[in-house]
Ligand binder design. Structure first.
Ligand code: SLL
Length: 154
């Protein structure tokens, strides 16, 4: 079937990263250049299960990661890694209805605190967890007929 006129659907999401420096009691990183462990994630803004809508999420990391492209086809949509540097992560969301064009988001992986956050990393918090996240919405405007039933299950 075709697109259903006048129908519109939206799901609040949050995506971003959480990073923490390796501590003395952590298992030794797989590479000695690694300074942080981190996780990049996409989830429902209020913990909603997005699997009725999302078929897979591909996280495209920096080319120094092997492999750079990580596809997750069920929740939780997240990648756990470790490394030494910050870079841009591309998050490509493919919908359950493949007629629907995938949505692409960008997230800058943050490992280090912003200089102006008022926290002295040496004095106050030598192992500071860095959370960087963004709220957004998955908007499906005039979904295809086939997508209506999965969308209603959301
Ligand atoms: C920088 N432009 O120079 C950025 C690139 C890349 C970070 C950062 C690799 C980990 C691994 C890693 O952390 N790359 O090789 O396993 O800051």
């Amino acid at each position: 079937g075709g697109r259903v006129k006048g129908e519109m659907f939206s799901a609040p999401i949050v995506y971003g990263s959480v990073a923490i420096p390796f501590g003395p009691n952590d298992p030794v990183p797989k590479d000695e250049s690694h300074t942080h462990k981190w996780c990049v994630f996409l989830r429902g803004a209020n913990g909603e299960d997005l699997s009725p809508i999302i078929r897979k999420v591909t996280f495209k990391l920096h080319d120094s990661f092997v492999p750079p492209s990580r596809t997750v086809d069920a929740p939780p949509f997240e990648v756990h890694e470790s490394g030494w540097g910050e870079f841009e992560i591309l998050i490509k969301i493919s919908f359950v209805d493949s007629q629907e064009k995938p949505m692409t988001l960008f997230h800058h992986l943050q490992l280090y605190p912003k200089e102006d956050n008022g926290i002295d990393p040496d004095m106050d918090s030598p192992r500071q967890t860095i959370l960087s996240e963004h709220y957004d919405e998955l908007v499906i405007n005039e979904p295809y007929e086939e997508f209506l039933e999965p969308l209603r299950r959301y």
